[in-house]
Design a binder for this molecule. Structure first.
Ligand code: FAD
Length: 406
């Protein structure tokens, strides 16, 4: 049994929290650990919510990150269904929405992010977002074969939902404000390539589009776009980015900038407060990088746990000593894995490593005049690994002049 004392309190019951708990016990942290979540469900993994779970291929128990038995074995106190509402750092107490509070020796902020909502959709019943299991259940019920799904926002979540909904026999239209899907991350050239791929699977797109109004009352019947086009729909999903759940830290004096600002070891501006996951914005040198991906979350949780146990990794302030995972992510669509690492420069030169602009599977380097700054792959996992590892280690990679031999 852990000794008495307030120990570590982890606020949030998702991936970041679950991985921190496991890492703390792996590192033989002997003290009390309390896991506190506003959800009543035990921690679960979110990527399947837009993929296999939404398809109905896996059940809830298969995406659980911690079971009741594991929590008992690891001597974790689980408090579900209670939200943190404030933080008193002087007294080292987290205030809770039920008017109680809980003391801590060290605190981990792992409250994740919430989907952004658009005000014009507020009063409609059949408009969905996707973050939680409850959201996925509600969306799944709307994906009957033949139904018309309109997805607002062609980012990763929107594209994954499109892939799943088409697989379930729905008719899918995506409405995107930018000129192509994923333009902000991949740039317009690769974004257009992804759009053509989705179109080949049956998705329709309206890019560069603005919503003039939502048609219908009670239930939305579709959208009218600024150019007069109407997009009829039986259900709508809004996937227009996310915001960190850090409102409860307002007034705490912690540095907040698109998330709780932490160093690569998960340490905030308070030596007793750590962070992991989508609620965090990582400080690397002078840069602040919000991270909202699975791999970054697991890395941050591992490092935060190590720092709590006095084993913080000796990472350079500029991050060059570490594999920096905050700019790496993956996605699964139409049975293929998409992977990306790095930062696409404006007007990149693309060098195909495998496949070609027209092939379904390809891997490509995104280069400035002299340097590779990003690697993107669709279905070429081995090539992606080969070419992305130097970038993920923070190394400088010279840009090849032309296509590399396969
Ligand atoms: P979460 O998993 O969201 O957990 C945060 C928890 O904190 C939640 O339980 C929340 O309810 C709770 N909470 C919030 N506020 C409070 C409060 N005030 N008090 C108490 N508890 C609170 N990433 C990839 O790299 N690849 C993918 O393919 C991919 N697919 C995804 C698909 C979907 C549908 C979603 C939603 C995300 C996907 N991600 C993907 C992102 C990945 O799942 C997240 O990066 C990861 O879940 C972040 O973990 P987290 O612990 O920070 O947040």
């Amino acid at each position: 049994m852990p000794p008495e004392g307030e120990g570590v309190v982890i606020v949030g019951g998702g991936l970041g929290a679950a991985r921190t708990v496991i890492a703390l016990r792996d590192l033989k942290y002997p003290g009390r650990i309390t896991l506190l979540s506003d959800e009543t469900r035990l921690p679960y993994d979110r990527p399947p919510l837009s993929k296999s779970y939404l398809q109905g291929k896996v059940a809830e128990d298969k995406i659980r990150l911690l079971t009741a038995e594991q929590l008992a074995e690891l001597h974790i106190e689980w408090r579900g269904g209670v939200a943190a509402s404030g933080l008193d750092r002087e007294r080292r107490r987290v205030r809770l929405a039920d008017d109680s509070s809980i003391g801590y020796e060290q605190l981990v902020v792992a409250t994740g992010a919430r989907p952004n909502r658009l005000p014009q959709f507020e009063h409609f019943d059949n408009v969905h977002v996707l973050r939680s299991l409850a959201d996925a259940d509600a969306l799944r019920a709307a994906l009957a074969p033949g139904s018309r799904l309109c997805i607002v926002g062609a980012g990763f979540i929107g594209l994954e939902i499109a892939s799943t909904a088409l697989g379930l026999g729905c008719r899918v239209t995506l409405v995107e404000a930018a000129q192509t899907p994923l333009a902000a991350i991949l740039g317009p050239q690769l974004g257009a390539r992804i759009q053509r791929w989705h179109e080949s699977k049956g998705a329709a797109f309206h890019c560069g589009a603005r919503i003039a109004k939502v048609i219908g009352a009670g239930a939305a019947e579709g959208l009218e776009l600024n150019d007069g086009t109407s997009v009829p729909a039986d259900a709508i999903v809004v996937g227009v980015g996310q915001s960190p759940n850090t409102q409860w830290l307002a007034g705490s004096g912690l540095e907040l900038d698109r998330g709780l600002v932490c160093d690569l070891n998960g340490r905030s501006s308070d030596p007793l407060v750590f962070g992991a996951g989508d609620a965090v914005c990582v400080r690397v040198g002078a840069q602040r990088r919000p991270t909202r991906h699975w791999t970054a979350t697991t890395e941050q949780a591992r490092r935060a746990a190590a720092a709590i146990c006095g084993r913080a990794e000796a990472l350079g302030e500029d991050g060059t000593d570490a594999i920096v995972e905050d700019n790496y992510f993956w996605s699964d669509q139409y049975g293929l894995r998409l992977q990306f690492a790095g930062h696409v420069p404006s007007d990149p030169r693309l060098v195909w490593v495998s496949g070609s602009e027209d092939a379904e599977r390809f891997a490509v380097l995104c280069c400035t005049a002299d340097q590779v700054t990003a690697v993107f792959s669709l279905g070429c996992v081995r090539d992606f690994l080969t070419h992305s590892m130097p970038l993920r280690r923070g190394e400088r990679v010279a840009a090849p002049n032309s296509r590399l031999p396969e």
